[in-house]
Design a protein around this ligand. Structure first.
Ligand SMILES: O=C(O)c1ccccc1NCC(=O)[C@H](O)[C@H](O)COP(=O)(O)O
Length: 260
């Protein structure tokens, strides 16, 4: 079984508990009390690089990364550094995140928030919106065409922006065919967990210019950002380098506004 399959199995088990506690109809009803979603696209389309800064405690590839006792405080640093969006990992078993983290960050910053998880059901999309997310990650490798379209459409109905993540040519073609505006190229191979920095440059030419490309994983600093901007990225998604960094605000600022 692949790492992705193992993660998704755990996600489904945890989800079953939450669905038993709060049925989908109740979750949908709760959306009436949630502020309208923020649109991240104007910031992501602005000239120069944008940063999607991630709240990430641990990962299958690296183990423990940072304690992050106060995710809201870290998010406030990211926002002060000029992050275009903040990614909050909500997967619990392998990444140490939670929906409580997402809610805490929502209460602390006005920056658009990405629910970063392994979303495989409509319930999780509604849950993202109910917890205050403005964007939701969909991973092409985890979804067949039919489910991907259904989740993509539901996100659109709820006003959520989709970040559709791809890893290879076939997934990129699916993302382009779906018409997704925001496409993330993840350099991390989900089978081996190895990061290949050449992945972005290989896949970017397959994506039309009207889409916004995000380079994801293994980005250590402004030199990497400049490389990906030169290859067509408008934004970078950065986790490890920021949570291990002693100065996340300054590092986000240093990665922002870089031109090709
Ligand atoms: O980070 C992992 O080890 C990982 C393993 C399996 C599936 C997904 C994984 N990471 C999710 C991400 O996409 C990253 O958190 C994100 O791109 C930031 O990466 P990094 O800057 O390298 O922390």
């Amino acid at each position: 079984m692949s790492v992705l399959d193992e993660i998704v199995d755990g996600v489904r088990a945890d989800l079953a508990h939450r669905e038993a506690q709060v049925p989908l109809a109740d979750l949908r009803a709760a959306l009436a009390d949630v502020d309208p979603p923020r649109d991240p696209m104007p910031h992501l389309r602005a000239p120069g690089s944008s940063v999607i800064a991630e709240v990430k405690r641990r990962s299958p590839s690296k183990g423990d990364l940072a304690e992050i006792a106060d995710p809201a405080a870290l998010a406030a640093e990211y926002a002060a550094g000029g992050a275009a969006a903040i990614s909050v990992l909500t997967e619990e078993r392998r990444f140490g995140g939670s929906l409580a983290d997402l809610r805490a960050v929502r209460a602390a910053v006005d920056t658009p928030l990405l629910r970063k998880d392994f979303v495989v059901t409509e319930y999780q999309v509604v849950e993202a919106r109910a917890a205050g997310a403005d964007l939701v990650l969909l991973i092409a490798a985890a979804l067949d065409d039919d489910l991907l379209r259904r989740l993509h459409d539901l996100a659109g109905e709820l006003g959520l922006t989709v970040l559709l993540e791809v890893h290879d040519e076939a997934e990129t073609e699916r993302a382009v065919a779906l018409g997704t505006e925001l496409v993330g190229v993840n350099a991390r191979n989900l089978k081996t967990l190895a990061v290949d920095p050449d992945t972005f440059g290989r896949l970017a030419p397959h994506v039309p210019d009207d889409r916004v490309l995000v380079a994801e994983s293994g980005i250590a600093g402004p030199v990497d950002v400049k490389r990906f901007v030169a290859e067509g990225a408008r934004a970078v998604l950065v986790g490890e380098a920021l949570v291990r960094d002693g100065a996340p605000r300054e590092t986000v600022a240093a990665m922002t506004g870089i031109e090709a």
